[in-house]
Ligand binder design. Structure first.
Ligand code: GTP
Ligand code: MG
Length: 349
């Protein structure tokens, strides 16, 4: 296992098979549209290309990405003398894969301690993602410490603690209402003293439009740098996949303020907005590194472009070498307790 690759391959494959079932809505909506609009048509004429462009824009690929994909595809179809819609669609999937595989998506766990700050609007899934990530990193043998720097909501610290307890991860917290910078300062000092591998910093949700709250995040980052000059090694923006194209405006502001190193796309289990990944990455040049597909502790993984596209095109094109899964969620393990998922208050401020 490389130091920057936290999740092992076999586990990833099984997880993504499960995911393709959970992505029902995204793949159904995308694949039904593709099937109806594209596959039923015989000729690769002008209206075929117009319809394909519309399907891609409808799936939230964003117009610039959709146009570029269609342009490239048209050239390829001409050069390779393709005649059927199915051939064109296979080539489309290959083009999308090439775009997605060009990015380095590894979590940069490069220093001891590596500092990861999670930011985003209210209720996007920051605390939950930290809980899941702590569990994953700990189970792979890394020592993790959590800084509960969401001091805005009284319940936020308890929520973070509940998650941390599930992976026996220690939390550094102050009183609600305290200075988030001071929490981070203490956590990083403790991490250095104890040789902790990864510090995960939970922050309060904030609207990107609130200038003073964005300034607070910059302050937290600067405090971190007083202890560890190269911190934060990862600044991850947590975005809910169902937000669709509106996420781009949010992401731009966070990126300008903090210089994001990655995106976590949560709630991919409940959306028909399959193309958002392409649009966000194109606009910001920042890779989607992790995805959340549920409220359970194991429902987080690295973003795997090939498996993602297989899930998206399921029902239209079969993934090579894989039998399509049933369109129902996997049954829960008998006797497995449903995890108590600490709920977010999501108070906007
Ligand atoms: N279905 C689904 N729900 C999720 C996912 N990630 C988080 N949630 C749920 O989204 C809600 C908000 O999650 P939190 O982790 O509290 O979000 P937050 O960004 O920390 O919220 P604030 O601290 O209030 O800004 C919770 O009910 C989570 O269980 C996911 O990947 N899929
Ligand atoms: Mg939170």
């Amino acid at each position: 296992m490389s130091p920057t690759e936290p999740f092992s391959q076999p586990r990833r494959e099984a997880w993504w098979r499960r995911m393709s079932r959970r992505m029902d809505r995204a793949s159904l909506s995308f694949s039904e549209q593709v099937r109806d609009v594209v596959l039923l048509r015989r000729d690769l004429d002008e209206s075929f290309w117009d319809d394909l462009l519309q399907v891609l824009v409808g799936a939230d690929c964003g117009l610039p990405v959709a146009e570029r994909l269609v342009d490239r595809l048209r050239t390829r179809v001409r050069e390779e003398r393709m005649t059927s819609a199915e051939e064109a669609l296979r080539a489309l999937k290959a083009e999308m894969l090439a775009v997605l595989e060009a990015r380095d998506r590894r979590l940069r766990i490069v220093a001891v301690p590596t500092v990861v700050i999670m930011v985003g609007v209210n209720g996007s899934g920051k605390t939950t993602t930290i809980g899941k990530l702590a569990h994953r990193l700990q189970s792979e043998g890394r020592m993790v410490l959590i800084a509960a720097a969401d001091t805005f909501r009284a319940a936020a610290i308890d929520q973070m603690r509940l998650w941390a307890d599930r992976s026996a991860t220690e939390v550094i917290a102050h009183q609600p209402g305290g200075d988030p910078g001071a929490v981070v300062y203490d956590a990083l000092q403790a991490a250095v003293a104890r040789g902790i591998d990864v510090v995960l910093v939970d922050t309060a949700g904030r609207l990107h439009t609130k200038v003073n709250l964005m300034a607070e995040l910059i302050k937290v980052r600067n405090v971190a740098r007083r202890v560890i000059p190269k911190a934060p090694h990862e600044t991850l923006l947590v975005i809910e996949a169902p937000t669709g194209m509106n996420a781009i405006a949010q992401a731009r502001v966070f990126h300008e303020a903090l210089g994001l190193t990655g995106i976590v796309l949560t709630k991919l289990d409940g959306t028909s907005r399959g193309g958002t990944v392409l649009a966000i990455e194109e606009d910001l040049g920042v890779p989607v590194k992790l995805v959340g597909l549920g409220e359970g502790i194991d429902d987080l993984n690295v973003f795997d472009p090939r498996a993602y596209l297989d899930a998206l095109f399921a029902g239209v094109l079969e993934a090579p070498g894989s039998a399509p899964g049933p369109a129902t969620p996997a049954p829960a393990k008998p006797g497995a307790p449903k995890p108590a998922t600490p709920k977010s208050g999501s108070a906007h401020r």
